[in-house]
Ligand binder design. Structure first.
Ligand SMILES: NC(=O)C[C@H](N)C(=O)O
Length: 487
């Protein structure tokens, strides 16, 4: 496991210096996956054969390359959440309806990683179509938290976060619609970055809520997140929502001094309902920032209390439309017995989707229907603007905002499945960021009394990932949190 614990930059150096062969690194990873999967279930598909073939090719290519010619991710396996397309590999979205779907093309992020030499060893488990906060809605069974196997890893990118924590993935890409990168990162003690809406192309990500979805890295440390963000960022002709903005070198500013920067602590994020130990550890980390010369002030984001409700109108509305394409005609699963076309559509969807997906489709269809559109959907869009304006105002005064990532540490399997509202509330601190399209990162900041990791969230201005990565990196070095679970 020694290699698997190393940062990406160091792995790249070892491969460049020809001290490690891609096939050796892959072997170590496949062994670790074999060892941990019976406990974790963090993967839906392990593409062993293909990865071994690619690593052997990389071994031979490496012989011919000079040190400077070896690209950043040459021979390094990256795992991918199973709602992102990797050519010729099964992509299920953790749903029965896509159980046997083979991706016909690479998502843009995958293509970009491949161009830098990355290898793809597996697809990580998730909540069905990324709808959930615990990875329990997966058709392929839940993923378990490597810090406590009786607990959830968070979600929806729970497979990615659990695998990175357990070192059964070197790094992973997840997707975040309402917290799906940051909340599992927090619950598993790893780093999760949701970039600004438009920073990274979503071409090839299975759409859930198109005005909110964003792809981002889940990694062992902040530097790895910056390393991957450098590779996956940038405008893409295949995604009209990707932004034509310059991409800085995110590694360059990681160790800049944070002295003189201004941090905002939103009073609405430190209220009752949050576990005392979570609050305590986050505030302790804020004290560290202060000792490094950061000026901290209390701010207010007054519309925070409406964020969850707003999200659970907008996201299901978009989902009900996006998931219309799974009809038994265009994608793999089709019901066996039916009478006519409409009956085939209905039965396929009734049999192919799980309960949470159906719940969202029904909510979305309801809020978009003629009689309720103005009362729900239109109103939610207006509140979304107010939430955005809260952040705009706050960022006139501060450079970044610090909050807990999740109100609690990892909860027990089954604890919240019977009550969807309880489950929805576990994203209470992450959702507003998606509604406002902003970048945010979660880093581990300590443990609760049960030894479970606590996550701290840093929210930045639009397209200012550089600042939050810088602050996160400096804080990570200061806090020195052990993020390797015993497993
Ligand atoms: N997809 C996400 O970002 C997570 C959120 N809990 C949801 O279920 O919608």
């Amino acid at each position: 496991m020694e290699l698997l614990n190393k940062p990406l930059k160091e792995l790249n150096r070892l491969i460049k210096e020809k001290e490690v062969k891609p096939s050796e690194l892959l072997k170590e990873l496949l062994d670790r996956i074999e060892e941990t999967e019976p406990k974790l279930n963090a993967y839906i598909t392990v593409c062993e054969e293909e990865a071994v073939k690619r690593a052997e090719i990389a071994d031979r290519e490496l012989e011919k390359l000079s040190k400077d010619e070896v690209p950043e991710l040459f021979g390094i396996p990256i795992s991918i959440k199973d709602n992102i397309n990797v050519e010729n590999v099964r992509m299920t979205c953790a749903s029965k309806i896509l159980e046997n779907f083979i991706s016909p093309y690479d998502a843009t992020v995958v293509k970009k990683l491949r161009e830098k030499g990355a290898i793809f060893a597996g697809k990580n488990n998730l909540d069905e179509f990324a709808m959930g906060s615990s990875t329990e809605t997966s058709y392929f069974g839940p993923t378990r938290n490597p810090w406590d196997l009786e607990r959830v890893p968070g979600g929806s990118s729970g497979g990615s976060a659990a695998a990175v924590a357990a070192r059964s993935a070197i790094a992973s890409l997840g997707s975040d619609t309402g917290g799906s990168i940051r909340q599992p990162a927090a619950l598993c003690g790893v780093v999760g970055l949701k970039p600004t809406y438009g920073r990274v192309s979503r071409f090839g990500l299975t759409a859930f809520a198109s005005s909110l979805d964003q792809i981002g890295p889940i990694t062992k440390n902040v530097e790895d997140a910056a390393y991957l963000l450098n590779v996956i960022s940038g405008q893409d002709a295949k995604d009209a929502t990707s932004a034509r903005v310059p991409v800085p070198d995110f590694l360059a500013g990681l160790n800049n001094e944070v002295k003189g920067l201004k941090a905002g602590l939103p009073k609405e994020y430190f209220v009752e309902g949050i576990e005392p130990e979570v609050k305590e550890k986050v505030l302790e980390a804020v004290k560290k920032l202060e000792s490094l010369g950061v000026e901290v002030e209390e701010i207010s984001l007054p519309h925070t209390e409406y964020a969850v409700e707003t999200y659970y109108i907008i996201a299901p509305a978009e989902a009900s439309s996006n998931l219309g394409r799974f009809d038994g005609v265009r994608y793999t699963y089709r019901a066996k017995d039916y009478k006519g076309l409409v009956d085939m559509f209905c039965k396929t969807r009734a049999e192919g989707f799980g309960d949470e997906v159906k719940r969202r489709i029904m909510i979305g269809t309801y809020t978009l229907s003629a009689g309720y559109y103005d009362a729900y959907y239109l109103k939610a869009q207006k509140v979304r603007t107010l939430i955005y304006q809260d952040f705009e105002k706050a960022f006139e005064k501060v450079d970044f905002i610090v909050t807990p990532t999740s109100p609690t540490t990892a909860f027990k399997l089954g604890e919240k499945t019977a009550d969807p509202i309880k489950m929805y509330l576990s994203d209470i601190f992450t959702i507003a960021v998606n509604l406002a399209g902003l970048p945010a990162i979660s880093i581990p900041c300590g443990f609760d009394g049960k030894g479970l990791p606590i996550g701290l969230q840093i929210i930045g201005k639009a397209f200012d990932e550089a600042t939050i990565l810088n602050v996160a990196n400096v804080l990570e070095k200061e806090l020195k949190v052990n993020n390797l679970p015993e497993l």
